[in-house]
Design a protein around this ligand. Structure first.
Ligand code: E4P
Length: 215
């Protein structure tokens, strides 16, 4: 399973890249706002650190605005993926961008039908938001499961990004279900790494080594 980092914080991206476990980045307007920096500058910097798909989201709400923004963003780097919200105007934009060879990530996906529409319009990726569904007492994992099943049934090439991931179990379950990618915050990478038996095992190995290291 591929892992993307869900952040616009370049320091976190550097640290995760050093671990060698991520191959892409997703951002959104909220994550960019959190950094308080110029959008294009941040995206350029991310592209220098990660040699893989970097999702940058449009903020226009008409096809024309989205396509215009997308063309500008796509000029920044060959790895830029245009994140488009799943609304009718977004579908139109995905269709245009797909015909221009510009890759897209259909975002704010909360139903199987939205994922089908995005794939039919030519989206490169769909991003079902697990955590936000869980937040309103719906089952986010069930959505990932349903999209995985439908995409297999119809041989869709569109890749599934498990998004709005809140804890390590979301990642493991998405992987079992066959989501191609999980996009996760940096702290989640560290949580995935952590196991108390690893820490205890290492502590004991080092203690035992102390007993014999000078023999
Ligand atoms: C993914 O592309 C989204 O930016 C992100 O996963 C949203 O996560 P949130 O629901 O934690 O804001």
């Amino acid at each position: 399973m591929k892992l993307f980092l869900d952040t616009a914080n370049v320091e976190e991206i550097r640290q995760a890249a050093e671990l060698g476990v991520i191959c892409g980045v997703t951002t959104n307007p909220t994550l960019i706002a959190r950094e308080g920096r110029n959008f294009q500058e941040v995206i350029k910097e991310i592209a220098q650190i990660i040699d893989g798909p970097i999702s940058a989201e449009v903020v226009g709400i008409t096809k024309e605005e989205m396509v215009l923004e997308a063309k500008e963003l796509a000029k920044i780097h060959k790895n830029i993926i245009i994140k488009i919200p799943l609304i009718p105007e977004g579908l139109k934009a995905i269709k245009v961008l797909s015909s221009l060879g510009i890759k897209t990530n259909a975002t704010l996906i909360f139903s199987v039908n939205q994922a089908i529409l995005a794939a039919n319009a030519g989206a490169t990726y769909v991003s079902p938001f697990i955590g936000r569904l869980d937040d309103i007492s719906h089952d986010g994992m069930e959505l990932v499961s349903d999209i995985c099943q439908v995409f297999v049934n119809y041989n869709y090439e569109t890749e599934i990004i498990a998004a709005s991931v809140r804890h390590p179990i979301h990642v493991a379950q998405s992987a079992k279900l066959g989501a191609h990618i999980a996009t996760v915050p940096y702290k989640l990478i560290l949580q995935m790494c952590k196991h108390p038996l690893t820490d205890l095992g290492l502590e004991n190995f080092l203690k035992d080594w102390e007993k014999v290291k000078n023999k």
